[in-house]
Design a protein around this ligand. Structure first.
Ligand code: NDP
Length: 380
């Protein structure tokens, strides 16, 4: 991949951008080669296997405003896009961003499929631009985790770190977390050959031999997708029978580039600066062996971040929030956007689109109940 970011500034002015990167590209480089400084700590590669980054974007923990016409919970592409739209409609939103804000892109290195960045962009840098854009229009962002909500009446109430927030409308955009194996070596090499998103990172493994872990539809689909790039894909499953659908299993089995390894468990991801191989064990005999792989895709499922909402909102059989009429929920005035309900597309651009829709729906609903005047629609 070419990387001319050290010599050209792809962004409009208004942000201080330091392009003094070291020129490394792709999965070699988990940390950003440049930083956007809008007053806080620079985003860095995270270490914890969570949805969001280990390092806050700005470290905003102050209380500031605690009441708003709309409060947005979550600060990935869905939440911050909702904030941009709500702020531009003069709703002066508060974003409760989480203690590790930014969403799943904070644990992604190069993002090459987000429109508008022909040279690609680092995930944390993309989220920094989202955040700066939301703040530019008056969004108040607080990096706290919600502990409890009460949606029984308006104003809706949300609590974080002992502070009570009140809003006439709420947009839930808390996303989903990819599940990880939990190995130290997996965490260390994340963004350096270990990934949980074939759509995002598959391109970087062109001509390489790689492995996928899992036995469900995600693993089967990702293994098949990755054969477009890789010379060989090892599919590692801990049992001898797949959980995924028969058609996906048959398709993967018929693919000459995929080699199935049943009863196989990853014990360690080998390599210092990037993935160089795997140490795996046989789950029936315990016998260990090493295998070649320059990449490892973890495809063992996702967990939607719904814990504080599931007593109030409907969840489907997979635990994702259920939407009504595009972005609505069973509670009028509570809206839903992004991966917290979408287990089908799971893309930054689709989440951003849903954030836009949720903000428009929230604003129109606030008009309908008389909280805001019917004049802001033109602000979109
Ligand atoms: P699933 O929960 O269906 O499968 C997870 C897989 O990962 C299982 O095979 C499980 O093994 C394995 N696994 C779980 N934890 C570990 C671990 N710690 N170590 C090793 N292996 C582990 O998740 P998916 O993401 O695959 O699918 C979720 C849902 O989304 C499903 O309903 C699926 O059908 C759907 N989906 C549909 C697609 C489509 O229609 N195109 C594409 C992708 C997903 P075990 O089997 O032993 O439990």
């Amino acid at each position: 991949m070419s990387d001319d970011r050290t010599t050209s500034n792809p962004r409009p002015s208004g942000l201080a951008i330091d392009f003094s990167g070291d020129g490394r590209t792709g999965t070699e480089q988990a940390a950003s080669p440049f930083k956007i400084d809008f007053g806080g700590a620079a985003p860095t590669a995270p270490a914890e296997p969570t949805t969001a980054a280990a390092v806050p974007l700005t470290g905003t923990h102050d209380r500031g405003r605690t009441e708003a016409k709309v409060i947005i919970v979550g600060s990935g592409p869905a939440g911050l896009t909702a904030a941009i739209y709500a702020a531009r409609a003069n709703l002066e939103p508060i974003v409760l961003a989480g203690s590790a804000p930014g969403g799943q892109l904070m644990i992604t290195s190069d993002v090459e499929n987000y429109p508008g960045f022909p040279d690609g962009i680092q995930g944390p840098d993309l989220m920094a631009t989202f955040r700066a854009q939301a703040e530019r229009f008056g969004t108040h962002i607080v990096d706290v985790d919600i502990e409890r909500v009460d949606f029984s009446a308006r104003p809706f109430r949300l609590w974080a770190r002992g502070v009570e927030y009140k809003a006439q409308a709420v947009i839930v955009a808390t996303g989903a977390s990819a599940l990880w194996l939990g190995l130290d070596s997996e965490t260390r090499l994340r963004g350096r050959g270990v990934s949980a998103c074939a759509t995002c990172d598959g391109f970087f493994f062109r001509g390489k031999e790689i492995a996928v872990v899992g036995g469900g539809d995600t693993a089967l689909e990702e293994a098949t997708f990755l054969t477009r790039f890789a010379t060989k894909v090892h599919l590692l499953h801990r049992r001898d029978g797949f959980r995924g659908s028969k058609i996906m299993v048959d398709r993967a089995k018929a693919n000459p580039k995929i080699e199935m390894h049943y009863n196989t468990k990853v014990e360690e991801v080998l390599g210092e600066a990037h993935v160089e191989g795997l140490r795996v064990s046989d789950t029936t005999t315990g016998a260990e062996r090493t295998m070649d792989a320059e990449g490892l895709f973890i495809a063992i499922g996702y967990k939607p971040n719904t814990d504080v909402f599931k007593d109030w909102l409907e969840v489907d059989d997979k635990g994702y929030l259920t939407v009504r009429d595009e972005t609505g929920s069973k509670i009028e005035g509570v809206f839903i956007a992004g991966d917290v309900h979408d287990h089908r597309y799971r893309q930054a651009v689709t989440a951003a689109g849903e954030g836009c829709k949720a903000a428009i729906d929230a604003e129109r609903w606030l008009e309908s109940v008389g909280v805001v005047e019917e004049s802001t629609a033109a602000a979109w």
